[in-house]
Design a protein around this ligand. Structure first.
Ligand SMILES: *[C@@H]1O[C@H](CO)[C@@H](O)[C@H](O)[C@H]1NC(C)=O
Length: 524
């Protein structure tokens, strides 16, 4: 009896993970990315792990085991060079242009800013031991080399859903017929041309990534992280060897697709735990809105105040006619012709506003983080996509039925009025939003607990190499069965060829026979 108890205790203890040393690399200076990624680091520290975070956003309220290495904070526009552009000019960029103009260059510049930051350089010079390196998967590949530096497994986490590149690299089934590359906007993804476009873009992106972009990231490794133990693995191999990938997606509103065991969906991880409340004055506004609230926010990178004049006026005119209170993130001090029912501020606590029962609709750009916040709280969306994955997110909202999409070029007074009245008056949008909200939350564990479980699992099981796709052990041709398919096709071709030869032979024999017969008949 005593022994069984001891044994049980040992089993229980073994399933816990001792406090580990974890390096969490999230230097990207975009607020929306940080909103999503922050709870993972804080929660790990809360659970007793010694967490070191390379970040641009300082936390003041955290447990003692949370350490911060600060990256010089630079806005994306300063880094890419030049002034902050009007983000609305990005409407209509193709996925290729978006990569060429923004992502590749921006990623390299950001990675360099992170690596060149004083605190980061000091940190790299000192000796540290880590049991796991977790890195954001967003154009900062050079930092993956830290997994090699500290001889620790690498876990990756996306803020933007699944990654076609990562699927290719780790031999996850590509499912190009249903899974669209994350930053590609195709109107009918499953149509013939939609699938063709998806294939084309996946190849385009992968080739540029592997043969052009990654070399530039490798150069950053050489420049800023010298003295690594040889042989230094390539960044491509480091990603291929990643122990874990956490995707910001969930099948309750995303496509239902297959992932290997070390790819885990944690969509909405920033919503699992709430550590903020509505400020009192805003709460009063929301509580007092008898007819409900229309909440307007185009995300942290887009400034509503940069809207072209006629589109801005269209919004103002339509808002003025509403019974509802309108809350709009507006970045300028003043707004001319501001209707009385409109509340503007430079920044709003979005999660907390969307959690208020009086919010009726969210007018948004369709960014994934905000879309998940709306889903979580069951708020229908009217979405105006500007760039990146926003079109895809809104297409999904439209298809499921809790949202409507309005293209930027179609923003007119008439269109806005029609769409807004439609979503406000027709209950089906709200009902669908509530339904999706319920299924989004219906999981065996919260998204944050899921992330914690798998992160600790990987630490406990020393990188859990057995979780990686078995296809990685064989070569690409074999893992895609191409040699087998090819030999079947060759055998079939040979059989057909022989068959045709025999047929031809028989036919010529027959012709000879017929000729003979004809000859005989003639002679008779
Ligand atoms: C925790 O991590 C820091 C690095 O940020 C390190 O200096 C410290 O020694 C670690 N503490 C433990 C107990 O390992």
């Amino acid at each position: 009896m005593f022994l069984t108890n001891v044994y049980l205790l040992m089993v229980v203890l073994a399933t816990f993970c001792d406090a580990a040393n974890i390096l969490y690399v999230i230097p990207f200076t975009s607020k929306s990315h940080y909103i999503y990624l922050r709870p993972i680091g804080l929660e790990l520290a809360q659970r007793g792990h010694n967490v070191t975070v390379i970040t641009a956003y300082k936390e003041n309220n955290h447990s003692d085991t949370y350490h911060q290495v600060m990256v010089d904070k630079k806005e994306i526009w300063e880094v890419i060079g030049g002034e902050r552009p009007n983000v609305f000019t990005m409407v209509g960029l193709s996925a290729e242009e978006f990569h060429d103009k923004i992502l590749w260059g921006g990623g390299l510049a950001f990675t360099e800013v992170a690596l060149n930051s004083t605190q980061v350089q000091d940190f790299l010079k000192n000796d540290h031991k880590f049991d796991l390196v977790i890195s954001e998967h967003f154009f900062q590949e050079a930092l993956y080399v830290l997994a090699h530096k500290y001889n620790a497994p690498l876990a990756l986490v996306t803020t933007y859903g699944n990654s076609m590149r990562h699927n290719i690299i780790t031999r996850n089934p590509l499912q190009l017929s249903t899974l669209v590359s994350e930053f590609l906007d195709v109107k009918e993804p499953t149509s013939f041309w939609g699938r063709m476009r998806n294939l084309y873009f996946a190849v385009y992106e992968f080739v540029w990534f592997k043969y052009w972009y990654l070399e530039k990231q490798e150069a950053l490794v050489k420049k800023y992280i010298p003295g690594l133990k040889e042989p230094v693995p390539t960044l491509y191999d480091l990603e291929k060897d990643a122990a874990l990938m956490l995707y910001n997606s969930h099948f309750s509103f995303d496509n239902a697709v297959a992932y290997g065991p070390n790819i885990v969906e944690i969509g909405g991880v920033h919503l699992s735990k709430s550590d903020a409340e509505l400020p009192k004055d805003l709460k009063e506004v929301l509580d007092g809105a008898k007819y409900g609230v229309v909440y307007v926010n185009f995300g942290s990178n887009v400034r509503s105040s940069e809207l072209p004049l006629e589109k801005k006026n269209a919004f103002l005119k339509v808002f003025k006619e509403l019974k509802q209170i309108v809350i709009w993130k507006w970045e300028d001090e003043k707004l001319e012709n501001k209707p009385d029912n409109l509340v503007i501020r430079k920044w709003f606590p979005q999660k907390e506003i969307l959690s208020h029962p009086n919010v009726k609709v969210f007018i948004s750009h369709g960014g994934l983080i905000g879309t998940q916040e709306a889903i979580f709280h069951g708020i229908p969306i009217i979405g105006i996509p500007i760039y990146a994955d926003q079109f895809n997110n809104l297409l999904q909202a439209e298809e499921i039925g809790f949202g409507q999409m309005l293209l930027f070029k179609d923003i007119t007074e008439d269109n806005l009025r029609k769409m807004l009245n439609n979503v406000l008056k027709d209950d089906k949008y709200g009902a669908k939003a509530k339904e999706v909200s319920a299924r989004f939350k219906d999981r065996p564990m919260s998204a944050l607990d899921t992330a914690m479980f798998w992160i600790e699992y990987v630490i406990r099981n020393k990188g859990a190499p057995y979780m990686k796709n078995s296809a990685l052990k064989i070569d690409w041709i074999a893992s895609n069965m191409l040699d087998v398919y090819a030999s079947i096709v060759i055998v079939l071709l040979i059989v057909v060829y022989i068959f045709i030869r025999i047929l031809n032979m028989l036919r010529s024999l027959e012709i000879v026979n017929v000729d003979r017969k004809k000859g005989k008949q003639k002679r008779n």
